[in-house]
Write a protein that binds this ligand. Structure first.
Ligand code: DGT
Ligand code: CA
Ligand code: CA
Ligand code: ZN
Length: 580
């Protein structure tokens, strides 16, 4: 079990304790434990299985939690969680993911409707206007919960891109000691870099490919074997049950299979129609002449696209959104690549809610090969995160200037701030303090449930601040969890372009905000972009490829992405040339 799964179980237990109205101190200790485990660089499982080690060596883990973690490690649950699940039906955990319902509301529901034990049951209560019979609940909440249930149904069964990518890497590693394997490659939506993944499609080729199909089913995290056939094994992995389809292929059909199983379905349908019009048949085995079934391509993807009169199309663009036409006219954009990114401009430190110091973040960023970073801690509106006030902002800018003068870190540090955009669109920090900074990312973190017109006004107002560099995670969505707040995106982008404010593509896999479609819209309006990880931990700097994939899906080239610029040009491109 990975650390992140330990953390998830602790958080889940804390959620259940909240429904039960348990003591706040105990709940917090579970939550803090989750943060500590998730951020710990070593695998908890390795510590647990080593008799010479103690879990209490991990900072933030006391004796009580160490015992709980031992229980989770040995049987996937703990006494507290079991006790909670005896009091509430398992669906309580799902209810926690419905927007509009909090732990207190859920507790009230179970108290009032003791037979409630399913999502359908909750839906029925809303439709029959029963929720409004409870204190502080009304017709509006019923509507909201119904919408929440709808969204919940849409997103269940899908996984974050990062979860699928980690699983793909895990499987590749697990199989890597087999001989006679030429390639193990992800296809499907993972290869297209889609923000969420339904199931993971892996293709294997080589003389010994069939052996892979056996070995996959013995992976320790396999929970269920769905199919074990001659060419394909399908399994469900881990507690969350991510489905993995592994197919073994002959190397002479590998290109055709890659093309087919990469999709998207819409892209494939359009491509097959084109093949038919040109007198071919396209399948996962190759491209065949219709007249005599002679195969004309199939070993490589390039060969197939070429035979169809097309340039090879990057997987991220294969959504039938005009890419086939561009491939025909040889006008596909040269998409931005991870290797072209020279700086990461959104990250947090221990000064607010980050887990590492400025120096630690800078060193980790240097190891990523970056020339520059911006430290962008929170502003004071986020009191829980100990956000910076004006005085700390100014002090921080001075500190950064001194650090850069020494040059000791071997990377240029820009003084930044993730400044809250308040309810009325004002900046959380006075302009004269913002003026001391190189970079200001303006973000909405509170009061997200505004009417679209009010949210539009709020963002337009924020754009008036002359020190604003970029809008951070511009729609506020949390994938599989919270929808974007609605506003007039076109108007806000147009105004941002006019004022020279850039759009962030937040690379955190929980956000990927802007998403690919809005990236496309914004580019069409002339927007410029920053791709940043919003890291709260050095490890999260590794999330950059997810942001780059989103940018690529939106059709961005290096010229669209400001942090592909060398440091001097980047600083010069800042609206006020930076302060240093
Ligand atoms: P997902 O798993 O929902 O995130 O999305 P995909 O795109 O990975 O979809 P999946 O796993 O159902 O299928 C993988 C690829 O296989 C898909 O992108 C295209 C191809 N494929 C699957 N079913 C069909 C089909 O009925 N027609 C065509 N043309 N291609 C298909
Ligand atoms: Ca798939
Ligand atoms: Ca599949
Ligand atoms: Zn933020």
């Amino acid at each position: 079990m990975e650390n992140i799964e330990f953390a998830r179980i602790l958080n889940e237990t804390a959620d259940l304790m909240e429904i039960a109205g348990e003591d706040g101190f105990r709940i917090r200790s579970y939550r803090n434990g989750a943060v500590a485990i998730e951020g710990h660089p070593e695998r908890l499982e390795d510590i647990l299985s080593n008799p010479d080690r103690k879990v209490t060596e991990i900072p933030g883990i006391g004796k009580g939690l160490a015992f709980v973690l031992g229980e989770i490690g040995s049987r996937g649950s703990c006494e507290m969680r079991d006790a909670m699940l005896k009091r509430f039906p398992p669906v309580a955990l799902q209810f926690l993911h419905i927007q509009g319902l909090g732990p207190k509301g859920i507790a009230l529901l179970f108290e009032r409707f003791p037979t409630l034990d399913s999502m359908d049951g909750l839906e029925k209560l809303c439709r029959e206007e029963q929720l409004r019979t409870l204190p502080r609940m009304g017709a509006k909440l019923e509507e909201k919960v119904l919408r929440g249930i709808e969204q919940y149904k849409q997103r269940t069964g899908r996984f974050l891109l990062s979860v699928a990518a980690d699983t793909a890497r895990e499987i590749e590693e697990y199989l890597s000691d087999l001989d006679g394997i030429d390639a193990i490659t992800p296809a499907g939506s993972l290869r297209r870099g889609k923000e969420t993944i339904g199931d993971l499609d892996m293709l294997v080729t080589g003389p010994n490919a069939a052996a892979v199909l056996d070995k996959v089913s013995t992976h320790p995290r396999v929970r269920e074997i769905l199919v074990k056939g001659a060419n394909k094994t399908s399994v469900k992995m881990g507690r969350e049950g991510l489905q993995v389809d592994v197919r073994a292929l002959d190397s002479d059909t590998f290109g055709a299979a890659m093309q087919y199983f990469t999709g998207s379905k819409e892209h494939n349908v359009a491509l097959r129609q084109r093949a038919v019009r040109m007198g071919f048949k396209l399948s996962e085995y190759g491209l065949f002449r219709a007249s005599d079934d002679v195969r004309v391509a199939g070993a490589t993807e390039e060969g197939i696209y070429e035979a169809l009169g097309l340039a090879w199309i990057p997987p991220e663009l294969r959504e039938n959104l005009g890419e086939i036409e561009m491939a025909e006219s040889r006008t596909l954009p040269v998409l931005v690549e991870r290797g072209q990114i020279r700086g990461d401009l959104h990250m947090h430190t221990t000064a607010t809610d980050g887990r590492a110091t400025l120096e630690e973040m800078a060193i980790a960023a240097r190891e990523q090969g970056y020339e520059y970073i911006a430290i962008t801690d929170h502003s004071k509106a986020l009191a829980m995160a100990m956000g910076l006030d004006e005085r700390r902002v100014v002090d921080f800018a001075g500190t950064v200037r001194r650090i850069n003068e020494t040059g000791d870190l071997g990377i240029r540090v820009l003084a930044g701030l993730e400044c809250d955009i308040l309810r009325d669109g004002e900046m959380d920090i006075a302009w004269d303090a913002l003026a001391e900074l190189d970079i200001v990312i303006g973000s909405v973190h509170n009061n997200m449930n505004m009417e679209p017109a009010a949210m539009t006004d709020r963002l337009l107002k924020a754009l008036e601040c002359p020190w604003l560099t970029a809008l951070g995670h511009p729609t506020g969505r949390l994938l599989l969890h919270r929808d974007p707040y609605p506003f007039d995106f076109d108007r806000v982008v147009a105004e941002a372009v006019k004022r020279g404010v850039w759009m962030e593509i937040n690379a955190s896999p929980e956000r990927l905000d802007l998403g690919a479609n809005l990236v496309r819209t914004a580019k069409a309006k002339g927007a410029k972009f920053l791709i940043s990880t919003d890291s709260h931990h050095p490890k999260s700097l590794l999330n950059m490829p997810y942001g780059v994939a989103t940018a690529r899906r939106g059709g961005l080239t290096a010229a669209d992405v400001m942090n592909t610029l060398p440091v001097d040009q980047f600083v010069a491109a800042l609206r006020h040339g930076g302060v240093q």
